[in-house]
Design a protein. Structure first.
Ligand SMILES: [Zn+2]
Ligand SMILES: [Zn+2]
Length: 166
């Protein structure tokens, strides 16, 4: 059985019956271009499963650590992705709206994946005012200015200016 498949036979069809679940599982492939959950790191799912008329309602949080390069200076950055979830599991699941409830079991993995992927930063920053790398010499400008002459104008704009009559 997969790590995030949970049996709900005990609360199913018992209106308002609920059970708390706290599961940690390693899920592969949680990555965007800018950041990723490191290999072997656990995704923590903490949800209250509640029996409702339509099926089982899962509400709580999904959390996972991430790492990725700073988008300006490329130094490694780390953080935690944390998402609130409130999802319905029902026998006749509707794509994009609810998840399937099969044989009195709910699989929290798709829910966890979706929640983490939505929270991963696409372009992390080591700090809000990171000065990045010099485009000319590659020096880390957080450690001081380099000796390059600052280039204020993009040459492509100069070419456009030359085409303008005035
Ligand atoms: Zn940086
Ligand atoms: Zn430079």
């Amino acid at each position: 059985m997969r790590a995030l498949v949970v049996d709900v036979a005990d609360i199913r069809n018992r209106p308002a019956a609920r059970r708390a679940e706290h599961i940690e599982a390693v899920l592969d492939g949680l990555a965007l271009t800018g950041s990723a959950v490191p290999a072997g790191a656990g995704v923590v799912v903490e949800v209250m499963l509640e029996s409702v008329k339509e099926g089982i309602l899962a509400t709580g949080t999904v959390a996972a650590p991430w790492t990725g390069p700073c988008r300006r200076c490329l130094k490694p950055v780390a953080g935690d992705a944390r998402a609130a979830v409130a999802e319905l599991f029902e026998e006749r699941a509707t794509e994009g709206e609810s998840y399937p409830l099969v044989h009195d079991q709910v699989d929290l993995e798709p829910l966890a994946r979706e929640a983490v992927l939505l929270e991963l930063p696409q372009a992390p920053l080591c700090r809000d005012d990171c000065r990045g790398l010099c485009a000319t010499c590659g020096a880390d400008l957080n450690e001081g200015s380099c000796r390059c002459v600052p280039e204020n104008r993009d040459p492509r704009w100069a070419a456009l200016d030359a085409l303008r009559p005035d």
